[in-house]
Design a protein around this ligand. Structure first.
Ligand code: RAM
Length: 331
C-alpha cells in the first residue's frame, strides 16, 4: 500500500471512529413493541417500520417484545426501553390497563408513547392508531361466517388473549350486530393466547363441545391458522369453515384446501409504517396528539384524531380463492 493510500485508510478509520458515535446519538430511536416475538403479522409491520425509517433517515427501529403475549413481559420490555432512553415507544398492547403505569413513567421521562393495533387506556399513551374502524371489523368477522351459512348455524370465536384490547373490542362490536344475521348463534368464545399450540387445542375443544359447529371465527392471525389446521386434521373441511383475520401468506394453503373459504385483513406493512411515521412526528414535535388534530403518516396521508385521541386507517380487504395468489408473497 502506498504511503498516500495508507494515510487515506487511517483517515477513513479515524473518521469512522469519531463519526459513528455522533451519528448514533443523532439517530432517533423508535421502539416498535409487539405483543410477542415470532408472530408473522408483527414481522410484516416491522418491515413497514423499517421502510419508514429508511425514508426518514436518521431513524433506528428497535423491534422488540416479550416471548409470550403477556402484560408482564411487555412491562419488562418497557422498563428496559426507559433505561435505554429511547425517543419513542409504539406499542401493540397485551392489556388495556396493566401497561399504563410503566408507559406513564416513560412519558414522564420525555419518551413519546403511542399505541397501535391493540390499544392502551388513554392516560397511558398520547394517541392510538386503529388499523380500521372497530365496528366495521366487528361486523366483517361475523359477516364472513354468515355469508357461507345461508341456513344459519352454530359458530364459535377463537380469540387471542382474554385481555387483548383489539380482539375484545372487535368481539364486542361483533356481538352487537350478530342479531342481524338470522339463524347465526355464537355458542362460545375461547382464547388461544396467540400461541399456535394453545390455539390448536382450543379449536379441538370447540369441535368436541359443539358437534354442530359450522364456523370458527378467529380474529387473530395466529388463531386462524391453528384452527384451520385443527379442522383439517379432524377431517372436517367442508363441514366447519374457518374465517376471521389472517395473512394471505399464512393462509394460502388453507384457502386452497377449502378449510377457509375467505378471511379479511388490512395491510400490516402499512400499519407498521404509519405507526412509525406518527411516533417520529410526535417525537420530533412536528405534530401534536391532540383530539381533533391530524398527524402526517408519510405515504399513508394523515390520521385524524377523535375525542379519545384515536385514529383509524383504511378498510380491511377480503381474501379468497380468487385473489389470494396475488397477495400471498406480499404479507
Ligand atoms: C394477531 C395479533 C394482532 C392482530 C392480528 C389480526 O397477529 O393478535 O394484534 O391485529 O392478529
Amino acid at each position: 500500500m502506498s504511503v498516500f493510500k495508507k494515510a487515506m485508510a487511517s483517515a477513513a478509520i479515524a473518521a469512522t471512529m469519531f463519526a459513528a458515535p455522533v451519528m448514533a446519538e443523532d439517530n432517533m430511536r423508535i421502539a416498535l413493541v409487539v405483543k410477542a416475538l415470532g408472530i408473522g403479522f408483527f414481522e410484516a409491520a416491522a418491515k413497514g417500520a423499517e421502510e419508514a425509517a429508511t425514508e426518514l433517515g436518521g431513524v433506528e427501529i428497535i423491534y422488540t417484545g416479550p416471548t409470550d403475549t403477556t402484560a408482564e413481559g411487555q412491562i419488562e420490555v418497557i422498563n428496559a426501553l426507559i433505561a435505554q432512553n429511547v425517543d419513542a415507544i409504539a406499542i401493540s398492547a397485551n392489556d388495556t390497563d396493566a401497561l399504563v403505569p410503566a408507559l406513564k413513567k416513560a412519558m414522564s421521562r420525555g419518551i413519546t408513547v403511542i399505541s397501535w393495533d391493540s390499544g392502551v387506556a388513554s392516560d397511558g399513551r398520547q394517541m392510538h392508531l386503529n388499523p380500521s374502524s372497530n365496528p366495521l371489523i366487528g361486523n366483517m368477522i361475523i359477516k364472513l361466517a354468515a355469508d357461507h351459512l345461508p341456513d344459519g348455524g352454530d359458530v364459535a370465536v377463537l380469540s387471542a388473549t382474554a385481555t387483548a384490547t383489539n380482539q375484545n373490542i372487535w368481539i364486542d362490536e361483533m356481538n352487537k350486530v350478530t342479531g342481524e344475521y338470522s339463524g347465526i348463534n355464537v355458542v362460545a368464545t375461547v382464547y388461544g393466547d396467540d400461541l399456535a399450540d394453545k390455539s390448536y387445542r382450543e379449536a379441538q375443544g370447540l369441535m368436541a363441545s359443539y358437534p354442530n359447529l359450522k364456523a370458527i371465527i378467529a380474529p387473530t392471525t395466529v388463531g386462524i391458522v391453528a384452527a384451520a389446521q385443527a379442522v383439517t386434521d379432524a377431517g372436517k373441511i367442508g363441514e366447519i369453515n374457518v374465517t376471521g383475520l389472517a395473512l394471505p401468506s399464512e393462509m394460502a394453503g388453507h384457502i386452497e384446501s377449502g378449510a377457509s373459504k375467505s378471511f379479511a385483513i388490512w395491510n400490516p406493512i402499512d400499519l407498521g409504517y404509519a405507526a412509525t411515521m406518527i411516533a417520529y412526528n410526535l417525537a420530533k414535535g412536528t405534530a401534536t396528539a391532540e383530539a381533533g388534530k391530524s398527524i402526517p403518516m408519510g405515504r399513508m396521508g394523515e390520521v385524524a384524531l377523535d375525542g379519545n385521541s384515536e385514529g383509524a386507517m383504511a378498510d380491511p380487504f377480503v381474501y379468497d380463492a380468487s385473489n389470494i395468489d396475488a397477495f400471498k408473497s406480499i404479507f
